[in-house]
Design a protein around this ligand. Structure first.
Ligand code: GAR
Length: 187
């Protein structure tokens, strides 16, 4: 079956860009966001990839938003959903529907520093080594089966911005490698 990749992103979308700059680009069927200002939406538009935005504040409850996101994703019949800087927890029904077909990239060595503030959390704790993780998404917060990890030594007095950018350089390559191996040989 030909891969159909759907990328979810909330922010600047540099991880999305790594996918779009790789041979995986031809399998990307859509980009989804929760943030109408997301740079990821502009990046999709620049290369003519369909994009959608499901904005939480437009729904009466978390459950309604979950259902709308699930419908929007389902419309593209993806074979793999890639959470690439998507800063929301995915609802349990969505996770159930795409069990082992949603991956997330995280800027820390899980299970250390889960959640939305992994880079400042690692710096505040004072660890000397951190890194990034690509894992399958389950119902927990960054708790699913780990697929790949890479470590980085933290430099003395390193700022959050500097460290996060160094992590993202590694993340971009790791994400492309993981997706390439998950989708296997393609027609
Ligand atoms: C990446 O570092 C990604 O791991 C992180 O957001 C960044 C997105 O970068 N995601 C999380 O922290 C999820 N908990 P980008 O907008 O440049 O692609």
């Amino acid at each position: 079956m030909t891969a159909r990749l759907l990328v979810l992103a909330s922010g600047t979308g540099s991880l999305l860009q790594a996918v779009l700059d790789s041979p995986l680009a031809r399998y990307v069927v859509a980009v989804g966001s929760d943030n109408p200002e997301a740079g990821a939406l502009e990046r999709a538009a620049e290369v003519g990839i369909e994009a959608f935005c499901v904005i939480p504040s437009e729904f009466p409850s978390r459950r309604h938003w979950d259902q709308a996101l699930q419908r929007a994703i389902g419309a593209y019949a993806p074979t793999l959903v890639i959470s690439a800087g998507f800063m929301r927890i995915l609802g349990p029904e969505l996770v159930q529907e795409y069990r082992n077909r949603i991956i997330n990239t995280h800027p820390a060595l899980l299970p250390a520093f889960p959640g939305a503030h992994a880079v400042p959390d690692a710096l505040r704790y004072g660890v000397k080594v951190t890194g990034c993780t690509v894992h399958f998404v389950d119902e927990g917060v960054d708790t699913g089966t780990i697929i790949a990890q890479e470590a980085l030594a933290i430099e003395p007095n390193e700022t959050e911005e500097h460290l996060h950018e160094r992590i993202k350089v590694v993340e971009r390559a790791m994400l492309v490698d993981v997706v390439t191996s998950l989708i296997g040989e393609q027609p």
